[in-house]
Design a protein around this ligand. Sequence first.
Ligand code: TYM
Length: 356
Amino acid sequence: PKVIFSGIQPTGVPHLGNYLGALKQWKRMQDEAEPGTTLLFSIVDLHAITMPRRQGTLAQGKREMLAALLAVGLDPQRSIIFYQSTVPAHSELQWILSCTASMGYLSRMTQWKDKMSMSTTASLQDDGAKTRLKHGLFSYPILQAADILVHRATHVPVGDDQRQHLEFARECVTNFNHAYGGAHLVVPETMVSPAKRVMSLRDPSKKMSKSDPDPLSTITLSDPPSQVSKKIMTALTDSTPTVSYDPVTRPGVSNLLELWSHFDPDQRTPAQLASDFITNADSSVVVRRNHLGALKAGVVEAVEAEMGGIRERYFEFLMPEKAGYLDEIIEEGGRKARESAEETMKIVREAVGLGA
Ligand code: TYM
């Protein structure tokens, strides 16, 4: 049976990278799922505490993420939506997997290496560095592997930045199955979304990221139309006045064309959009005068057409009178997810020798 699993950190309102790289894909897979397919989507609050947050911030972030998932169109009748921390088996399996996971592999993970080089130029031999770097960040990928493996997921839809973490999850299966002689855990397949990597609007060499300090670099699900428009109209491009698709020499313009393409109801490719644009420019005085301005206006329109309704539903789900409904979804989702996880934990405990 097909089991689709994915997760998202409740660390702020999702942006267009999260939407195109993950949520939109989740909704599509839900709508196209054959009968018998299980879908699970987890708001991974345990992953979010690798950075301590102010009291109340996490609870609020979880609510907002739940509202966002519902606004995008995930349907609790068809998809199991739950908070990671309500299923203790995720943590239990993390510990068990950590006993067969390789330290060397974990040390080579890019996310860890980036954090290490950010926090210190010295090596881990330096005691100061060892104190500043936290173990939770190091073992983060094991918890992520446990999320996936505990539900026997066969398919995991993510953006490109999660590829390495998923490769590690597959490695965890190999290590565990080898150590305990048998096909106990299932190897998950990575499904990278068509929008692999949505780039920052201020610096097209960086991915759009929740932790970017410049608010102009990201568009979130809750941004009002005026902000969506402002952020796209001020997006960093280049000084060539015409429109062409060339990700290497024109990353800013190409990022905008890619965005447009993902939102285009006719599903035109970025290159097609660029060539349609040139055709239009020849016949329109307005477009001819300001190519990039007209391109940006087109992107604003395409984004707004799809995101407008999502934003409206997002705020509706956050209204006080919906609180009870949201609680029910989380209650029910947690119950179903615990059932799903328990099936795997029986197999795992048996294999390890922890069974009764
Ligand atoms: P997170 O919360 O950073 O991101 C959630 C999803 O959004 C995708 N994404 C992007 N896609 C395209 N372009 C971007 N600029 C962009 N930014 C983010 C991510 O690839 C991801 O799919 N470690 C994970 C959460 C996690 C998880 C899991 C995912 C925990 N357990 C199990 C899958 C399976 C994370 O921090 O995602």
